[in-house]
Design a binder for this molecule. Sequence first.
Ligand code: SF4
Ligand code: SF4
Ligand code: FES
Length: 335
Amino acid sequence: MPPDPENEAIEQTWQFLNPVPRGPLPTVPEEAARPEIELTIDGQETSVPEGTTLLNAAQHLGIQTPTLCYLESLTPVNVCRVCVVELEGSRTLVPACSRKVEPGMQVQTDSPRVRLSRRMVLEFLASSVDVSTAPELQGFMEEYEAEPERYGPPGPPAVVSERDEAVPGHHAEPTIDSAQTVEQPVKIDNELYVRDYSKCILCYKCVEACGEDAQNTFAIAVAGRGFEARISTEYTVPLPDSACVYCGNCIEVCPTGALMFRSEYDMRSAGTWDESAQSETDTICSYCGVGCSLSLHVQDNEIVKVMSPLESDVTRGNLCIKGRFGWQFMQKPKK
Ligand code: SF4
Ligand code: SF4
Ligand code: FES
């Protein structure tokens, strides 16, 4: 068969192309072995690697400790104090979520002092915050027999922007016949998510997720002091005027429903939100080549919100606006 001139031309071209040099494939460096630390938790001796928190050491023994402000993907901020445990020789209770193990520690995770402290924390929270969409917190209240009602009926709600305008040094007159609350009007200023700070326990998770722990956008922070402390955009501007890029990573970590998908908020308001009728489907986002993991929450054959699994190595619970909110194209437009 006569040589094909086209093939010959290709062969000649290949001769002038240098092969791509291939180096070794990147590998994850092996973690250096950490010395084992021996300690006693609730009378059980155990040993865990140096650097382990008391929370994880207790988990290792099958002991569950309540947490609210802690999340494994975020830096501990120790603000809720619901995880506190009793440590022999320590004047105060210590937060299990951040305190690291030390040799010979004697720890009690369920002593009367620990239970009383957790109960008081939960009562303070539930007497001042709407915890109706925080099932985990409600479960803790049941476990620790919290009775927020004993602080009296809720005090009057704040009017629009009253809490946003509180400046340091501003204090409401204390009353003995009602419990001061953070109740205030819901902030609805965009189509994607709603901020209902009547439900905010000030756990800082959203601030961390928006900041250094995930998004690095720093659109929100804690403003004010004491009981007036609140989550705020810069100068309390509406979300569309802030630095927010609508990644929704703050909604993902919020433990109380203070930050809620607009879709969920609207369905709850209409009485159609029904978690028992929802299914969850894990998939991969198709918008770009990163391959983020998505958990689609579906009700009545419609996606009602998109979360991302915390245990995914790719996303660790974080998404961008497209993965989080850009799913409407998959559904029939509403008439
Ligand atoms: S949506 Fe993203 S950028 Fe906006 S406040 Fe939340 S975490 Fe920050
Ligand atoms: S809005 Fe949610 S995540 Fe942010 S501080 Fe309040 S409860 Fe925590
Ligand atoms: S979970 Fe430890 S202080 Fe909040």
